[in-house]
Design a protein. Structure first.
Length: 161
């Protein structure tokens, strides 16, 4: 069989896994296993062709088990993922917005990929021409000001649902 590459979502990032389809077919042929055994078996097989950092092994195991269950046709709840971008060249207002967003994410315990885009040439890609700007899951929420913390909190709570 050829070495297929499948993408798996790990902590909001897409990671390519070599030979995943083959691993799934082999594990399926073995029959039913407990969740813990399933995760151990998937990790052991996937590690033969892929590097898995020891610090991320548990996260990989859980993600692989979810993907395997989808492979079997089972319904697995996908975790809501937030993509938050701050657009600004690094001025005081932009940095303040970034601190506010980090504070709200920490307060709510919401995981998110947070990126501070400082390259002015990339602002147009988001349809934004003023700074600071806040974009949550591709939707422009604020431009030209630092919104109130309560407003940021409301936007993040809504997006995290």
């Amino acid at each position: 069989m050829s070495d297929d590459v499948n993408m798996v979502c790990l902590g909001g990032q897409r990671v390519g896994i070599i030979g995943l389809q083959t691993v799934f077919e082999e594990v399926k042929a073995q029959g039913a296993q407990s969740d813990e055994q399933l995760q151990d078996e998937l990790i052991a097989r996937v590690k033969k062709k892929n590097y898995i950092p020891p610090s991320a092994q548990n996260e990989y195991a859980a993600a692989l088990a979810d993907e395997f269950k989808r492979f079997l046709g089972m319904t697995v709840e996908r975790k809501k993922h937030l993509d938050v971008k701050i657009l600004g060249p690094g001025c005081m207002q932009c940095d303040k917005l970034e601190r506010e967003v980090i504070g709200v994410l920490a307060e709510l315990g919401v995981p998110a990929d947070l990126q501070h885009v400082r390259d002015v040439a990339k602002f147009k890609d988001y349809g934004v021409f003023g700074t600071p700007a806040l974009i949550i899951n591709g939707e422009v929420k604020s431009v030209g000001k630092v919104p109130m913390k309560s407003e940021i909190k409301k936007w993040i709570e809504t997006a995290a649902r």
